[in-house]
Design a protein around this ligand. Structure first.
Ligand SMILES: [Mn+2]
Length: 336
């Protein structure tokens, strides 16, 4: 765990301009962290620009000022202090280093992924935090910024979406204490529920229908997966964001320990999402293929055609489990 937190506080306090960037295919935590931090820093007279490689999914457009987040091409004068939030690596921003980082640039890395590479000049990486938004809450406190209703709603959204509504293992007592404070400060939990959880579009439901009709199982149902071709996504009129969360339906099935979703994004690029329920360390699993994340949630991208990637990965996962890889860190020893 890296904590340059006091230096981070000093650098931010002494900045007139800050650029905040998060990862491509942004999720609730990424966007909420950006927006909450931006609004907080504006209170202390810091000029902000907000960058994201990808468009903001409809599902998150209830977050106040979401439209201020733009791709780099639309931000001509980004700052020399760049804060990366919720990115385990610089590459997660989707930009090359030389596009944003000059000689005088200071990169501040604030994140909660255990796979974080400490790529910043200053790093605040805390895998015990349920969400990056939880760290933003702490940072704003340190900066003595007032958490208003809008900031509170953003941070609440980041924490709520990254914890599966306070159900995942990353949910701690601290998470609940932070959230209690956010609700005291006016976090609009009804807005989040109505706009996010109870506002699922038909494309996403169509993907879910396909997924549930095409489940595969192995090792006494301990491994469950589904593969999506590009055609399935196209026919459902679905975007990246519509694919999010489907994996939780697989994980929720009785007996399933490891859930995997394979998604063909080009003819030879397959994106994989992993979830585990109790013991399997899917961060290590995804790391084998150059990805990473958290022990219970991780991802990676593999080059190859869909069928052979599915075969290769499933064979390996099945073999690991069959060989008694029931210990938490069994993957590495048995399978490399
Ligand atoms: Mn996160």
């Amino acid at each position: 765990m890296m904590t340059d937190i006091l230096k981070i506080k000093e650098v931010i306090k002494n900045s007139q301009k800050v650029t905040i960037i998060s990862h491509y295919s942004p999720d609730g935590d990424a966007l909420a962290s950006q927006l909450a931090l931006a609004r907080g820093l504006e209170q202390i007279e810091i000029e902000i620009s907000l960058i994201n490689k990808d468009p903001i999914p409809d599902a998150y457009q209830f977050l106040k000022n979401w439209e201020c987040i733009k791709p780099l091409e639309e931000i001509p004068d980004f700052a020399s202090v760049i804060i990366c939030v919720d990115c385990a690596t610089w590459e997660r921003t989707g930009y090359l280093k030389e596009q944003l980082i000059g000689e005088k640039t200071i990169v501040i890395n604030i994140d909660h992924h255990i796979s974080n590479t400490n790529f910043g000049h200053l790093n605040w990486v805390d895998p015990n935090a349920a969400a990056t938004a939880e760290l933003i809450y702490d940072l704003l406190g340190l900066l003595q910024v007032k958490i208003d209703k809008i900031i509170a709603t953003s941070i609440y959204t980041g924490i709520s979406t990254d914890t599966g509504s306070f159900l995942y293992e990353n949910t701690t007592a601290t998470t609940h204490i932070v959230v209690a404070d956010l609700i005291n400060r006016g976090a609009d939990i009804n807005l989040v529920r109505n706009s996010y959880y109870e506002n699922i579009n038909i494309s996403k439901i169509n993907l879910l229908k396909y997924g549930l009709n095409n489940l595969s199982f192995s090792v006494d149902n301990q491994v469950c997966w589904v593969a999506f071709t590009r055609d399935v996504f196209n026919n459902a009129n679905a975007t990246d964001a519509d694919g999010e969360g489907l994996i939780n339906h697989l994980k929720s099935i009785s007996g399933v320990e490891v859930a995997i979703i394979f998604r063909e994004t080009t003819s030879d690029t397959i994106k994989l999402s992993f979830r585990s329920k109790k013991w399997a360390d899917v961060n290590q699993l995804a790391s084998k293929y150059g990805g990473g994340g958290h022990p219970r949630a991780a991802g990676c991208t593999i080059t190859g055609n869909l069928d052979s990637v599915v075969d290769g990965v499933i064979n390996w996962v099945v073999q690991s489990i069959a060989q008694g890889g029931t210990s938490k860190f069994g993957w590495d020893n048995k399978c490399t």
